[in-house]
Design a protein around this ligand. Sequence first.
Ligand code: AMP
Length: 553
Amino acid sequence: MLGLMQTSPLLISSIITHAARHHARAEVVSREIDGRIVRTTYAALERRTRQLARVLLALGVQPGDRVATLAWNTARHVEIYYAVSGIGAVCHTLNPRLKPDIVSYIANHAADTVLFVDPSLTGLIETVAESVAGTIRTVVVMADEDHMPPVALAPGMQLLCYETLMAAADADYVWPVLDENTASGLCYTSGTTGLPKGVLYSHRSTLLHALSVNGADGLGLKARDRIAAFLQMFHVHAGSIPFLAPMAGAALLLPGRFLDGPNITALMNDERATVGWGVPTIWLGLLRYLDEIGEKLPTLRRVVVGGSAVPRPLLVRLEHEFGLEVQQNWGMTECGPLGTYNQPTAQHEDLEEDAKLDLQVKQGRALFGADVKVVDDAGRELPWDGVSAGALLIRGLWVIRNYFGPDAAAGAGPDGWFDTGDVATIDADGFVQIVDRAKDMIKTGGEWISSMELEAIARQHPDVDDVAAIAVQHPKWMERPLLVVVPKQGRTPGTAEVRAHFKGKVTDWSLPDAVVLVPELPLAGTGKVDKRALRERFALHLLTGEEAAAAGE
Ligand code: AMP
């Protein structure tokens, strides 16, 4: 038909090409492994990305192959995001905080062929080398020759140096025109049963997500912004910041492995950040540090928070003491990641302070391209009255259809609605508020702990008859695991000995913080343990050492 518009596919390479052409001098600033600040520009980064594409091809990476990263937020990691997806391969971000056996499970499940590793994380590769040698043949350390650590790999695996490979590669590569539904990125989500499942993003889903999130009622980055990315690039593309910033031409500030108060303050203040995005634990830690040294954040204007609910006192302090605008969003690995973003509507303009805060602690409204609803146990949609709570379902242009590979039987329903495992209300203006969690997990400082795994280990303790692992509130980590134990007759297992029983079976950060003894566990109507009741009863246990009821909640 005459008169149609152009139909070029939605490709990730177009983001970095755009940044290099139209925001050539905008900066990418990273804190390197040794703490040095290194700066580059989008023009220089894009050129290196094309060199890296040549490196990948020379290593034999084929379209569709999974190329893994085990790395912090650095410019090299951004280069890998673009080069791998740009040639039609899949960038698979591994989480270095997981137990080594889970890391190797995921690498084998994904059938990663090449692994890029940050020099500070090579110890983990040495630990898993034998168990991943069947799939990963090449390990590239993201450093120059001067910073190459000694790394012992398994026989048959080759060890290479990133900058040596780059120095030998031409930048004459031309990004291919791929089908926009080509897979581009792979992220694993923590499974409630202990085994993670993969979510495979496409060029199309990534691009549409970034376009929508960067809308005015979303992140709305501008070319004059400088965004500090404190979300990890090994978690759901760091909220997509490595795509959002170059798309807008905003400077990208990357903290490397340094997420402590002094380093993130220095990164934001020295590098004139205007926006910072991180999980609540990051901002809580930052405030503790700023309180100690009495420093402010003179250039920062906006704090974006997601991953866990924003505590009201955090919001109040950031807004009132630091004069910052705080914006919450909600997302998950299965939806690329953002589904909602909290910006007020016209109805909220004249709200009193308290009512405004009531609104800001909500998770926000659906972004264009995503739709949400809450349903009862029978799957019937509940009214948008801000009170009726039910399972939160989402569907949209960047929402999962099926999990990756052998787990493809699970995913969204035939109508596209995906059950998030969160329990929420939606108000008349479409603001979603998470009120509980149906998935049996504990989210601590942005990382997941499986309740079932903790319970299975606790049951092996000779004094434990029955047990429930639940999330309780924590001032720094938002949630920590508490074990509610029914002891065997005449036994009184204490926190220290139960924790000792867990040592070595889970990562140190997964150890339960405390043990409380109860004569029996409450049961819900279905005959299962009523975790909701337990969560309510012990919510404040770590804050007050008492049950919520006793604290007058
Ligand atoms: P993940 O897949 O690891 O990104 O975790 C996604 C889950 O984190 C969601 O399903 C929620 O349970 C939780 N989550 C993310 N953002 C928020 C938020 N703003 N408030 C409350 N929970 C959140």
